[in-house]
Structure formats: structure tokens, C-alpha cells
Ligand binder design. Sequence first.
Ligand code: ITT
Length: 193
Amino acid sequence: MDIVIATNNKGKLAEIKKILSGHNVLSQNDVGAFVDVEETGTTYEENAILKAEAVRKFTDKIIIADDSGLEVDVLGGEPGLYSARYAGDGTTPDQGMDKLLKNLEGYSFKEKTARFVSCIVAIMPNGEIHSFYGECEGYIIDEKRGDNGFGFDPVFWVEEYGRTFAEISDEEKNRISHRYRALYKLKEFLDTI
Ligand code: ITT
């Protein structure tokens, strides 16, 4: 099955390609969709739909988009929906992590529970929309560790491996991640059609 991924995030694209390896996965650029939508939605699902819809005029294949975020409990769920621009528009993931570590100063490790959340939306050629969710629980540590992955991976520590998402391999992350869990549900759905 041909599937087009609506994202400008290279780390995300690489992950999705690996997880959906049984399918022919194309990037939005592969179908000439050089778009970058404003994420004005008030939920992950709304934002994922905005991204997928923007690619729709370029292809009649299945389009999927991910909207995701990191929710930290003692920060009331922040940065959440605003994870990509936590330190302001146009800032780097490194700056986002610096802001997060600063806001979490003084909390103990055990208090810094957090989860990554992913909403994967698939828009089918007939316009039907299907949404799938995945979560992964962990803790925010007080320094950046590891070079793999992207975004907040260096500060997100998971009990399963006793390491951060940036210290484990792609294969290890793709066994437990929020995105894997949402994509697994998408894969099950695609198997039924
Ligand atoms: P697209 O919208 O083009 O897909 P984006 O990076 O802007 O790319 P989001 O709006 O969904 O994507 O923002 C999600 C942010 O949440 C992302 O930029 C990271 O900061 C963080 N994030 C989500 N999943 C992550 C993961 O697996 N590892 C690390 N950080 C992640």
C-alpha cells in the first residue's frame, strides 16, 4: 500500500518509515507537497488533520500525519500541544530542552513523571478520517543524555531500558514509543481494508 507521510520533521519521518516498513512509504516532498501548515488546532487530532489535509491536494494516496507532544505532570501537562515551539517560534529542540530543565529545577526524579503522546491521523482516498493514539510513560531527568532520536529524547528516561530515548537504538525506541503504539493500531486497521 502507498502511504504519504505529512511531516516536515525528519526524525519523525525516519521513525514512521521504519515502523511501517511493510508499506511503500513516501514523504510529502516525494509527492511535491512542500507545505508547512500553521498548527492552529486545540487538540493533537485537530493539528494532525490540518497537516494531512494540506497534503491532500497533491496526492490521492492514503495520507498520514502525526501530532505529538511531551506532557509533564508537575507542569500541568506542558509543553503538550506546544512541544515543538516550547522555547518560542523558530527555536531549536535544544533550547526547548533547556527551558524544560530550567522549569523543572528543584523537583526530584520521582516527581518528574511525563509521557509522550502521539495522535496519528489517516485520511483515506475517499476522504474518510481515522485517528489512532499512543502514549509512552517516562521521567524527565535533569541533564541531556544520548545523541539518537530527536526533540526531547535526550531528557526522556524510560524504566524499560533504564536509559533515555536518545541513548537507545531506533529499534528499541520503536518497540515502546508513543508513535509506535499509535502506528501499530493504524497497521491493524490497514490490514482490515
Ligand atoms: P510536523 O508537524 O511537521 O510533523 P513537528 O516537529 O512540528 O513536525 P509536532 O507539531 O507534532 O511536530 O511537534 C511534536 C514535538 O513534540 C516535536 O517537535 C518534539 O519536540 C516533541 N516530540 C514528539 N515526539 C517525540 C519523540 O518521539 N521524541 C522526542 N520528542 C518528541
